[in-house]
Design a protein around this ligand. Structure first.
Ligand code: 1BN
Ligand code: ZN
Length: 347
């Protein structure tokens, strides 16, 4: 189905063109009693009218698409992939940011400083995770941008990196890109007056410590979802938008198939309106990620993740900053901002 604004444009052109060629008169004035030559003229008029209407309809749709794209671009403006890339550089320079490490503590300090500068109230939620390699203190970082309403939209990603034996894994794309993205998003949303309240959530412990399983993965997001359920705040959450691995210089996002369908539709429609349809296409793929504990509790959630089944450098030492680009961060930023603008209207 065409979006509403395209239909309106389409219909307007249809009405203008049909009245210009007298189509309604030609169709309603036909009768068996009219002489044949008048009928022939009327039929020609009708045929010409139909052709014109067809052309007008196509033009109308194209104008509609142009307007839809212009609207989406205006809504999505302001996110600087270059600035996010600067954050990515800082985070990657810290080295491997495994749970409990000094590098992750320094990453947390950097994130806290940037959130504060963006005008967000920040809190660290520390807990002890029981893992196959022992108990590890983990910390989710939450930046809060209060809006007019306590209704909550959560933007989330993870900031720690996988612990891979014998591999110097700095996770530029996997762990770095999501954190950098969230910092720039905090700056953009921090400059605006927002109707809804935003939480920018940096999860710790997304990765397995030994081998991915229901109990060895998603430590930070499982902890947060449990806490919010226990203290009754889960009800305030309208949706969760998760980003993961969105800085690859050859960005290509498939539909993550555990995500809430209508929310995925919103993301992919906005990507198309922004002219990024080719980058957000190509099928469906399930990924267990930090949205899962929220989905399990009935929160609409989408995972925007560039993880194709044949990803080349995933969880290898090659996941370094040279594989990433500011442009990809800009694309992801614009798609999320356009999606947020629509979520605000729904909620
Ligand atoms: C995403 C980034 N994930 C890990 N790092 C989740 C994942 C789960 C990826 C299973 C592949 C398989
Ligand atoms: Zn990973």
């Amino acid at each position: 189905m065409l979006p509403l604004r395209e239909l309106r444009e389409h219909e307007r052109v249809f009405v203008i063109m049909s009245s210009a060629i007298g189509l309604s008169e030609a169709t309603s004035a036909q009768s068996d009693s009219q002489p044949r030559n008048i009928m022939r003229v009327r039929n020609k008029q009708l045929a010409a009218g139909l052709i014109l209407v067809g052309v007008a309809a196509i033009t109308g749709v194209q104008i509609g698409r142009y307007h839809a794209r212009a609207d989406a671009l205006a809504t999505a403006a302001g996110f600087s992939g270059e600035r996010a890339f600067g954050d990515l550089r800082e985070l990657v320079a810290l080295g491997p940011r495994t749970p409990g490490s000094e590098a992750l503590r320094r990453a947390r300090e950097y994130i806290g400083r940037q959130l504060c500068a963006a005008g967000a109230d920040t809190w660290n939620d520390t807990f002890v995770a029981t893992t196959p390699v022992g108990d590890i203190p983990m910390t989710n970082v939450i930046g809060v941008l209060r809006g007019e309403s306590p209704k909550l939209l959560i933007l989330a990603g993870h900031y720690e990196t996988a612990r891979l034996d014998g591999v110097h894994f700095v996770g530029a794309n996997d762990g770095g890109s999501s954190a950098a993205f969230l910092l720039e998003m905090a700056r953009v949303l921090g400059r605006r007056r927002n109707r809804l309240t935003y939480w920018l959530v940096f999860f710790d412990g997304e990765e397995a410590l030994k081998e991915w399983s229901a109990t060895d993965s998603l430590y930070g997001s499982r902890h947060m979802a449990e806490q919010l359920e226990a203290d009754g705040r889960l009800k305030q959450i309208r949706a969760l938008v998760l980003v993961d691995m969105i800085a690859d210089r050859h960005l290509h996002v498939l539909r993550e198939s555990n995500s809430t369908p209508w929310l995925s539709d919103l993301v992919f429609e906005n990507a198309r309106h922004l002219g990024y349809g080719r980058l957000f296409s190509g099928g469906r793929f399930p990924v267990e990620d930090d949205h899962m504990p929220f989905l399990a509790r009935g929160i609409p959630a989408v995972d925007i993740i560039d993880l194709t089944p044949f990803g080349s450098y995933h969880h290898t030492a090659q996941d370094s900053i040279d594989k990433c680009s500011p442009e990809s961060l800009t694309v992801a930023g614009r798609v999320v901002l356009a999606t947020l603008a629509e979520l605000v209207q729904i909620n």
